[in-house]
Design a protein around this ligand. Structure first.
Ligand code: FAD
Ligand code: 2HG
Ligand code: ZN
Length: 535
């Protein structure tokens, strides 16, 4: 019976801060980005930095003078080292990534306002052999968005206009630098939603989302950006503007070139405009958080959720007890369940008939309880409780980041063995005497797993005191070998960037990598665009 699944009572102590506040806290951290290398400790090895390629020109004062002639003054941030007047501290937020792990030493940031300006910048850089890193909201997690050495940062943040919106078809055309959350608000006021959503929405750009082919929490329902994106405007390294801003759902006129740029991580061209299909806002949404005794039961619950609610199931996320501990410690949220469980699941249904959806969700939860698949559950009673449940799931990366420097492995693995690697890695760390679960004072503080289980996507996170070789060596290449042996993918949704460049062979054959390199050479023969990354 439904009463077995506890609903949030109005009189129950609130989860804490409202979700809006929790999301705002994530957004403000994303925006503030305090950057100090000291936090890592002197002997920390952050990552293997490839040597600077001597084929790239070292930026000089003449180059900056040139940019001053073709761009408005307020769009240029140049340090005194290259003849500018910006305090180097102003460039810190562009040189270091969200994880505070990857760090470059760019002396010049350009923030163009128009596609023509992007084209002029790239043409000059290509002619001169100056390396460039395109940057969106700088929330990427694989070291792709920051310079490795002294590449010019080309930030899209000033290109943030909505170009058109067709409320009948739901097709949005906008600049690449629009922030995902702002687009969500805009289409939300018109009864639509963006086809993707992720914890970094307050900072990430739609162009960055497309460039990484981001997945996120709506993937189960709305699928990949390879399907939602209808057109792109892209500037190639030589300045050529490829206008492929189609708003057509169907267009079979030869090769679909835009697909090459979706997930190309800034290595083939700079995306300046996006045309994307936005779905209708569902009028009925239900969200429940469940306490689950084992990973086996997490799978059984997924099976039943698909069987009973398949047509309205819109998300199925899970996280383990260590993630929950970090969230409850670092977010102003309370566990909606009455005790702790080894695993938690968030189920969301979205549809257009409230009575029908309520009945189906209720019946599913009852069945899950009756069969003992889940031990406890809380069904959100209103929008604010829905937001708080989501804030709990979306607050995991932020909470782990507050626990310490975090190693992240974002992998696709067949669901039956998806969580095995978490225990496996914990065991390896214990054997190496780097980790004792629950005991403070070890080099590794926490090993945990969570993710988009409905998509077969695990986020294995390991929180340590600092980034260092002896810990990295436990994971690399071990995690990639493990994933490859299960025919998984070493990057499910975050991309390759710098982090996984040397490990691509674990997920792609030599022939495929060779063709990827040929495509890179075709679009960027001088290799100026996001060098050292992807291939
Ligand atoms: P950036 O980080 O600035 O750039 C990422 C890459 O794209 C870089 O290689 C960069 O060169 C390139 N790039 C950026 N803009 C352009 C452009 N206009 N043209 C060409 N290349 C460009 N990812 C997921 O897939 N799913 C999630 O659920 C998810 N959740 C996250 C939660 C948090 C808290 C954080 C910090 C990150 C999360 N991410 C997630 C990763 C990240 O947010 C996504 O990869 C996002 O799509 C990156 O967008 P961005 O604008 O920040 O791009
Ligand atoms: C998420 O699903 C993101 O929350 C981030 O993809 C995952 O930080 C991570 O490992
Ligand atoms: Zn994710």
């Amino acid at each position: 019976m439904l009463s077995a699944v506890r609903a949030f009572a109005i009189s129950r102590p609130a989860l804490g801060a409202t979700a809006t506040a929790a999301v705002a806290a994530v957004a403000s951290r994303l925006a503030a980005k305090p950057r100090t290398l000291a936090a890592f400790g002197k002997d920390s090895r952050l990552y293997h930095k490839p040597a600077r390629s001597s084929t790239f020109k070292k930026l000089g004062k003449d180059d900056v003078r040139h940019f001053e002639r073709i761009l408005p003054a307020e769009t240029i941030l140049a340090t005194p080292a290259v003849g500018g007047s910006a305090d180097p501290i102003e460039l810190e937020g562009f040189n270091a990534d969200w994880l505070n792990k990857y760090r470059g030493s760019s002396q010049l940031v350009l923030r163009p306002k128009t596609t023509k300006e992007v084209s002029d910048i790239l043409k000059y850089c290509n002619d001169q052999g100056i390396a460039v890193v395109p940057q969106g909201g700088n929330t990427g997690l694989v070291g792709g968005s920051v310079p490795v050495h002294d590449e010019v940062v080309l930030s899209l943040r000033n290109m943030n206009k909505i170009r058109s919106y067709d409320e009948l078809s739901g097709i949005l055309v906008c600049d690449a630098g629009c922030v995902l959350e702002e687009l969500g608000n805009y289409v939300g006021e018109r009864d639509h939603i963006m086809p993707l959503d992720l914890g970094a929405k307050g900072s990430c750009h739609i162009g960055g989302n497309v460039a990484t082919n981001a997945g996120g929490i709506r993937f189960l329902r709305y699928g990949t950006l390879h399907g939602s994106v209808l057109g792109l405007e892209v500037v190639l390294p030589d300045g050529t503007i490829l206008d492929n801003m189609s708003t057509l759902r169907k267009d079979n006129t030869g090769y679909d070139l835009k697909q090459l740029f979706i997930g190309s991580e800034g290595s083939l061209g700079v995306i300046t405009g996006v045309s994307i299909a936005t779905p209708r806002k569902p009028s009925s949404v239900n969200v429940a958080v469940l306490g689950v005794p084992s990973y086996e039961n997490v799978q059984q619950a997924f099976k039943l959720a698909r069987r009973r609610c398949g047509e309205i199931l819109s998300a199925y996320e899970f996280w383990d007890a260590n993630c929950m501990g970090a969230v409850l410690k670092h977010q102003e949220l309370k566990n909606p369940l009455s005790s702790d469980y080894p695993f938690y699941v968030l189920i969301e249904t979205s549809g257009s008939n409230k009575d029908h959806d309520d009945e189906k969700m209720g019946a599913l939860l009852e069945e899950l309880m009756e069969q003992g698949i889940v031990e406890d559950g809380a069904l959100a009673q209103d929008d604010s409780q829905i937001s708080r449940m989501w804030a709990m799931r979306e607050g995991i990366p932020e909470s782990l980041g507050k626990t310490g420097p975090t190693y992240k492995y974002d992998v696709s693995i067949p669901i039956p063995v998806l969580y095995d690697i978490v225990g496996d890695i914990a065991g390896r760390l214990e054997t190496a005497k780097l980790y004792t679960p629950g005991e403070p004072g070890n080099p590794v503080r926490l090993v945990c797993g969570y993710g988009h289980i409905g998509d077969g996507n695990l986020h294995l996170n390991v929180v340590a005191e600092k980034f260092e070789d002896r810990i990295t060596n436990i994971f690399e290449p071990y995690v990639y070998e493990w994933v490859s042996s299960h025919r998984g993918s070493i990057s499910a949704e975050h991309g390759v960037g710098l982090m996984k460049r040397d490990y691509l062979g674990y997920s792609k054959s030599p022939e495929m990598i060779s063709y990827m390199k040929r495509i890179k050479d075709l679009f960027d023969p001088k290799g100026i665009l996001n060098p050292y990354k992807v291939v």
